[in-house]
Design a protein around this ligand. Structure first.
Ligand SMILES: NC(=O)c1ccc[n+]([C@@H]2O[C@H](COP(=O)([O-])OP(=O)(O)OC[C@H]3O[C@@H](n4cnc5c(N)ncnc54)[C@H](OP(=O)(O)O)[C@@H]3O)[C@@H](O)[C@H]2O)c1
Length: 307
């Protein structure tokens, strides 16, 4: 339930409530007694934050989940200052306020902190970071600011986020698949497609544990759905599932990153190792294929019922 002000409930501030993860959070069962306070950017603009110390007191906030971010990876190459303000400066302000208020903060980050050049395995939390684009640099600065704030903090790094909401690869494929007979899809970047709903459930579990248990593990954690894919594999899975709903399947061709140049450089390997979160937070993580089926089914059913 996303509720209005109430005196006796535990209220958590969630930023980015209209993004993929934020919208998934709205649909995810909350821990007992928790209400989410999810102001939009008209109330809480991360580029121009109000006095957060006061807001946390006035709104009776017990924990913060920061899933707002400047996520336009290519556009960030020409808007470095704005990306830094939202992804680093605002994260610092939120975490400092959390530290002063002695409340925990869970901050969402990205695989793009890595260079992606380690090809043979998934990245672990303490692998060396080396972002390859402006977005990655801004997110890394945000991670460091949160960790240095003194707040009890978790950095949840995730990757390849997909959902029925907003802009993401699954939605783009389904749209393009209706418009074209053939699609070229990059086949030499590997990663872990990850459901925004699974991230949302993970964020709630971690925030609840941090709020209740002063000894709960803090620091950096990786969370992605299990298994890995390249973008071509992911597109093939999307269309295979969509075909069960009567969608036409375009012809897919595998191309290289070099054949699909973008302003921001992408890591060749984005795979994140989730051993730490599975061990320390007892997370059961489902395969990415299950998440994709769920999203495609929902999108196809919504499209079908709108037709
Ligand atoms: N998408 C991915 O593939 C991916 C991969 C790795 C990590 N992540 C991380 O996962 C987290 C969630 O990503 P997502 O995919 O849910 O992002 P998203 O769909 O792009 O949503 C971002 C949210 O941030 C909000 N926002 C941006 N600028 C703002 C500002 N100045 N003031 C207030 N709110 C602002 C947006 O508000 P509006 O709705 O008003 O625009 C939106 O609600 C982010 O930390 C992101 O870095 C994402």
């Amino acid at each position: 339930m996303v509720a209005d002000a109430s005196d006796d409930s535990r209220r958590w501030l969630v930023t980015g409530g209209n993004g993929q993860v934020g919208r998934a959070l709205r649909e995810t069962p909350l821990p007992a007694g928790v209400e989410l306070y999810m102001p939009g950017r008209e109330v809480l603009d991360l580029a121009d934050l109000p006095n957060m110390d006061r807001l946390l007191v006035d709104e009776n906030i017990c924990a913060i989940i920061n899933c707002a971010a400047y996520t336009a990876v290519d556009k960030a190459e020409s808007e470095a200052d704005l990306a830094h303000i939202i992804n680093a400066k605002a994260a610092e302000t939120l975490a400092s306020a959390a530290a002063k208020a002695t409340i925990p903060i869970v901050h969402v980050s990205t695989d793009y902190v890595f260079d992606g050049l380690v090809l043979e395995r998934a990245y672990v939390e303490n692998d060396p970071v080396d972002p390859q684009n402006i977005y990655g640099h801004s997110k890394l600065a945000g991670e460091r600011a949160v960790l240095e704030s003194g707040a009890r903090a978790i950095i949840l790094r995730t990757a390849w986020v997909v959902s029925p909401f907003g802009n993401n690869f699954v939605k783009t494929m389904l749209r393009l698949g209706q418009e074209r007979d053939a699609l070229n899809v990059v086949g030499d970047q590997i990663g872990n497609p990850t459901s925004a709903h699974d991230i949302a459930a993970t964020l709630l579990t971690m925030a609840a544990r941090l709020e209740k248990d002063q000894t709960a593990p803090t620091g950096i954690f990786h969370f992605v759905n299990s298994g890995h894919a390249n973008w071509y594999d992911l597109a093939a899975r999307v269309f295979e599932r969509a075909s069960q709903h009567g969608f036409a399947i375009p012809e897919l061709a595998k191309i290289t990153t070099a054949e699909y140049p973008t302003p921001a450089k992408r890591p060749a390997n984005s795979m994140l190792d989730t051993s730490k979160i599975r061990e320390q937070y007892n997370m059961n993580i489902r395969p990415w294929q299950d998440a994709i089926n769920e999203i495609v089914d929902r999108l196809c059913e919504e499209k079908g019922s709108a037709a």
